[in-house]
Design a protein around this ligand. Structure first.
Ligand code: 2NL
Length: 350
C-alpha cells in the first residue's frame, strides 16, 4: 500500500492537465484500478487482520480521491488565471461599426401624413390586402355590372376574392361595423394592387391613404377646410388649393384637389408641368348609397372621403423619377435616404 501511495504521488506531481488527472483516477480508483484490485486480496488475509486491511485500503482510496479533487481545483484555477492573463482587453481599440438601417422614403411620407391626421383626432385602420368583392366594390356603390370597375383592373383570387384595388374596403368595413351610428373619423394607409404593366409611373403594387369622416351635418366646406389644412401642413403654409369637379362612384359630388406648386409657387416649372398646380387628391361627399348599404340613414348622416397616392407624393418630394425605385430595394437608392430622421427633415421643409 505504501508503494501504491508513493507511485500515485509521484505520478500526481507530474500530471499537467485535466486528462492526465482523469487517467490517474481510472488507473488507481477505476473498476480495474490498483486500489480496487487490492480489495480482491481480502480473501487471502487472516480474519483478525481483515478489519485493519479494509480500513487501510479505504484510507488509501480516500487520500487518493481527495488529492485528485484538490488537483482538479488547482488545475482549473491555474488555467483560468492563464486565460485571464492572455485575454486582456485593449479598451483603446476603436469599436466595431454596426450598419443600421433607415426609414424607407415612402414610409416616411406615409408616417408624416398619418401624424397630421392623428393630430386632428383621426384613427388609423389598416384592414386586409386580400378582400372580398363585396367590400372592395359592391359596398362602394360599384355593383358587378358597373362600368367603373374597368378603371381598376384587378387581381382576382376567386370570383369573390381579390387583392384590394384601393384602401376603400377598410373604410367600408369600419362604416359597416359602426351599425348606423357616427361619428367616424379615420384614415386608412396601405398597399393596394392593380393589374398594370410596370413602368416609370405605374406599379402593379402601390400605396394609398384614404380618409373618411361621417357625422351629422358634415358638408363640402368641412372637406375643403380639412384638405386645405392638410395640404398646407405638408407643402407649406403659403400654398393655395383648388377644387375641380370629378367623378368617383362612391362620392357625390366628387372633386379633384390641386395644390399650388411647391417648387415655383404657381408660376409654372418642370415639377408642375408649367401649370402652377399639382393634382394630389381625389375626394367627395360620401354617396348616399354607400351610407345606406352600411346601415346609415343618409337623411340623418353625411360624410366626406378622400384618397391620395403616397408613391407619387414621395416621388415629388424626393425627386424620384421612377416609381419602381420605391419597390425594388436597390441599396444604392435606399441608402440615400438613410439619414432622413437624423437630419430632422420634416414635411414642412418641402
Ligand atoms: C383617389 C381618390 C377617393 C374615396 C377615395 C371613399 C371611401 C368610402 C366612401 C366614399 Cl368608404 N369614398 N373613398 C372617395 C373619393 C376619392 O380616392 O384619387 N385616390 C388615390
Amino acid at each position: 500500500m505504501q508503494a501504491i501511495k508513493e507511485k500515485f504521488e509521484s505520478l500526481f506531481e507530474d500530471a499537467a492537465d485535466r486528462k492526465q488527472l482523469d487517467d490517474l483516477r481510472v488507473k488507481f480508483l477505476g473498476k480495474k484500478g490498483t486500489v480496487t484490485t487490492l480489495m480482491q486480496h481480502m480473501k487471502d488475509i487472516p480474519n483478525e487482520e481483515k478489519k485493519e486491511f479494509g480500513q487501510s485500503v479505504n484510507a488509501l482510496r480516500q487520500s487518493i480521491q481527495q488529492k485528485l479533487e484538490q488537483g482538479i481545483e488547482e488545475l482549473e484555477a491555474r488555467l483560468l488565471k492563464k486565460k485571464l492573463e492572455n485575454e486582456t482587453i485593449d479598451v483603446t481599440l476603436p469599436g466595431r461599426q454596426r450598419p443600421i438601417g433607415g426609414k424607407h422614403p415612402l414610409q416616411h411620407i406615409i408616417d408624416g401624413i398619418e401624424d397630421i391626421f392623428v393630430g386632428l383626432g383621426y384613427e388609423v385602420y389598416e384592414g386586409y390586402e386580400v378582400e372580398s368583392d363585396y367590400y372592395n366594390f359592391e359596398a362602394l356603390n360599384l355593383p358587378k355590372s358597373h362600368p367603373a370597375r374597368d378603371m381598376q383592373d384587378s387581381f382576382y383570387i376567386s370570383n369573390e376574392t381579390l387583392l384590394r384595388t384601393h384602401t376603400s374596403p377598410v373604410q367600408a368595413r369600419v362604416l359597416n361595423a359602426a351599425k348606423g351610428k357616427g361619428p367616424i373619423k379615420i384614415i386608412c394607409p396601405g398597399k393596394v394592387y392593380r393589374r398594370d404593366s410596370d413602368d416609370a409611373t405605374h406599379s402593379h403594387q402601390f400605396t394609398q391613404i384614404e380618409g373618411l369622416v361621417v357625422d351629422k351635418n358634415i358638408s363640402l366646406a368641412d372637406l375643403k377646410g380639412t384638405l386645405e389644412l392638410f395640404l398646407k401642413e405638408i407643402f407649406g403654409q403659403d400654398r393655395e388649393i383648388r377644387l375641380r369637379p370629378s367623378y368617383f362612384p362612391f362620392t357625390e359630388p366628387s372633386v379633384e384637389v390641386d395644390v399650388s406648386c411647391f417648387k415655383c409657387g404657381g408660376k409654372g416649372c418642370n415639377v408642375c408641368k408649367q401649370s402652377g398646380w399639382i393634382e394630389i387628391l381625389g375626394a367627395g361627399m360620401v354617396h348616399p348609397n354607400v351610407l345606406e348599404m352600411a346601415g346609415f340613414d343618409s337623411n340623418e348622416y353625411s360624410g366626406f372621403a378622400f384618397g391620395m397616392g403616397p408613391d407619387r407624393m414621395a416621388m415629388l418630394y424626393y425627386g424620384v423619377e421612377d416609381i419602381r425605385h420605391l419597390y425594388t430595394n436597390d441599396l444604392r437608392f435606399l441608402e440615400q435616404f438613410k439619414y432622413i430622421e437624423e437630419r430632422g427633415v420634416k414635411h414642412e421643409s418641402i
